[in-house]
Structures are given as structure tokens and as C-alpha cells.
Write a protein that binds this ligand. Structure first.
Ligand SMILES: [Mg+2]
Ligand SMILES: [Zn+2]
Length: 186
């Protein structure tokens, strides 16, 4: 069987990349505010043949701020918006645990990425893309051999200013700018 080409897989963090982030957590569908340019960028990537997956920490579930049904409502809305723009999301992996639950999926741990690899039947994530606004996104990606991309939306400017572990990390203003680069290079 032909191996799936991981270079055509893009794993995205959610909060601060696809939608506005909030230090007070995103607890309801009303508080989930997508960046319109990010939705369009996802659709462009998808139409260009890239597979899109999402890896998102959602400790607000463990903290009792919102429930799984609420999270699912945000993700159906997200899938709907991307689909209306002509794209598709192949898989959404989320970690519902808190920092003290010692799970293996909360980023910077790579468990969500392993879930994506297995769900989408990739042998490995080597040279796929991991796009995030926080250091822990990039760390999770690096642990799996992904190429790390930092965007300056959400917590991205703060992450860039802290300047930790950013060697070999590509930095773009937002998901649309990364998409422009990826779809026009070479
Ligand atoms: Mg984020
Ligand atoms: Zn977890």
C-alpha cells in the first residue's frame, strides 16, 4: 500500500490560530470567534490537496467551564465554515484534561499528534507541519518530527518575544500568511 505523504499534512492548534484566544477560556459557542482569514486559508490549503487536522488542548473541560457537547458545537461550526469555504477538516483531536491529570495528550506532550497520525493512517508525521501560537504546540510537533510554524496571532507575539526554542521555527503573521507562502513556494 502506498504510504501517505506527511508533507501534505498540516496540523493546526485551534485557539489563537483559527479563532481568537481568551485567557478566560472559550466556554460557549458565542465566545468562539473564528478569524475569517484563517477559515479561508484552511479552505485554500484543503483545496490545494493538503490534509488538515487540529490538535487542541481544552483543559476547560476538566476544569468544568464547559462540557463536551459545547466543545462539539464549536467544532461542528468550524467544520461547517470551512466546508462552506470549499475545504474540509480531516480530524480534530482534543485533550480534555488539566495540567494535573498527567495524561499523555496535553501539549507539549505529543499524544494528540499520535492520535491524528493513527486516525488518518500516516506511518509517521515526519516533515508534516505543526502550526501554533504557543511554544508547547511547537514542542509537541518537534517531538513527532513535524516542521514547526509559529503564527503571531493569539499568544504568538508573546511566544516570539520570549524567543525560547525558536531555532528552525518559521514565523508568519497569521495562518493566511503561512498559507500564501506554502502555496506559492517552488
Ligand atoms: Mg493556541
Ligand atoms: Zn489529555
Amino acid at each position: 500500500m502506498k504510504k501517505r505523504d506527511a508533507t501534505k499534512l498540516i496540523i493546526l492548534d485551534r485557539d489563537g490560530v483559527i479563532n481568537q484566544d481568551s485567557d478566560a477560556y472559550i466556554k460557549s459557542l458565542d465566545e468562539w470567534l473564528p478569524y475569517p482569514e484563517a477559515i479561508l486559508a484552511m479552505a485554500r490549503l484543503s483545496r490545494a490537496g493538503y490534509t488538515l487536522a487540529i490538535a487542541t488542548n481544552q483543559s476547560g473541560i476538566s476544569r468544568g467551564y464547559y462540557d463536551l457537547a459545547t466543545l462539539e458545537s464549536m467544532h461542528s461550526r468550524l467544520r461547517e465554515l470551512v466546508s462552506e469555504a470549499g475545504g474540509a477538516i480531516a480530524h480534530i483531536a482534543f485533550c480534555p484534561h488539566g495540567p494535573d491529570d498527567s495524561c499523555d495528550c496535553r501539549k507539549p506532550k505529543p499524544g494528540l499528534l499520535c492520535q491524528i497520525r493513527d486516525a488518518l493512517k500516516f506511518d509517521s508525521l515526519e516533515r508534516s507541519w505543526m502550526v501554533g501560537d504557543s511554544l508547547r504546540d511547537l514542542q509537541a510537533g518537534k517531538a513527532m518530527g513535524c516542521r514547526p510554524v509559529l503564527v503571531r496571532t493569539g499568544k504568538g507575539r508573546r511566544t516570539e518575544a520570549q524567543g525560547k526554542e525558536l531555532e528552525y521555527v518559521e514565523v508568519y503573521d497569521d495562518l493566511a500568511a503561512f498559507t500564501d507562502w506554502l502555496l506559492t513556494k517552488g
